[in-house]
Design a protein around this ligand. Structure first.
Ligand code: F6R
Length: 259
């Protein structure tokens, strides 16, 4: 696991966008996309690279991490809408290549299996963007999620519903259930890219990176993965005990070693 500490959220976004852009430029690639507010600046940076630097997504396909159950697909806060509005509609990644679990499927259990199979059929995810919840969730794998879990329906904690209420008129509108890639699904992506900004994430980041591997902090499953890049700003790094070492490692990165 490599921990990259940047000074500002803008620098976090530039680093993350650079990593994603390298995959996109290397040829056909499968991108794993997260929603929430953290990756928005990364998407804005990728859109800018598309516009100003000829970064083409024509050979890419994408898979969303998760979706609310029961929220109409056209609702502005459905994750399908958010990804389209904030990212894919601004680049050459057609809707047909932008995948997400269907939170309105008649049989959500079958839909979870279908989605899992669709990711496999695409060859698996090359680079998976992740945010982290204040309770340590990734995707919508709340504390207690099996570290081997696959795509399935989950029940959001009240904390997560409160955290996400800012996107809705009131907390009552935040769905209780979601479809989410599991921790096992996420772990199969070849490169995991976890982003966190702001002091509100400092505790969760410390637990994920330096705490025990435990279902109590779902993001701690990243410690078992062979290729993880955690990109955080100074504020989100505020509680990392080895912050000085992570900075030292970055300052002394061997020439030619990318992320
Ligand atoms: C959303 C998702 C969630 C968010 C997390 C952090 O697709 O997977 O795990 O990444 O809730 O959300 P923000 O970035 O809004 O703090």
């Amino acid at each position: 696991m490599e921990v990259v500490i940047r000074r500002t959220p803008e620098e976090v976004a530039a680093t993350a966008a650079g990593i994603v852009a390298d995959y996109v430029r290397s040829g056909p690639s499968v991108l794993g996309l997260a929603t929430g507010s953290t990756p928005l600046a990364t998407y804005a940076d990728l859109i800018r690279r598309h516009r100003d630097e000829d970064l083409s997504f024509a050979q890419a396909v994408s898979f969303n991490l998760d979706e609310y159950v029961g929220l109409p697909a056209a609702h502005p806060e459905s994750y399908r809408s958010v990804i389209r509005r904030e990212f894919t509609s601004h680049v050459d990644l057609p809707d047909a290549d932008v995948h997400g679990p269907d939170g309105n499927a008649e049989d959500v259990f079958a839909e979870a299996k279908r989605y899992e199979a669709a990711i496999d059929a695409a060859g698996g995810v090359d680079v998976q963007l992740l945010g982290i919840g204040t309770d340590g969730h990734i995707g919508f794998n709340e504390p207690g999620s099996s570290l081997a879990s696959l795509t399935r329906i989950k029940t959001l904690t009240e904390q997560t519903r409160e955290d996400n209420a800012r996107f809705f008129e009131s907390i009552d509108e935040v769905p209780i259930h979601v479809l989410t890639q599991g921790l096992g699904t996420i772990s199969r992506a070849r490169h995991l890219l976890l982003l966190a900004t702001g002091a509100g994430k400092a505790e969760a980041v410390q637990a994920a990176v330096e705490g025990p591997v435990t279902a109590f902090c779902p993001a701690s499953v990243l410690q078992l993965h062979p290729h993880v890049t955690v990109v955080v700003d100074d504020a989100a790094a505020g509680r990392l005990r080895l912050a000085d070492y992570y900075r030292y490692v970055l300052a002394n990165k061997p020439t030619g070693q990318g992320f």
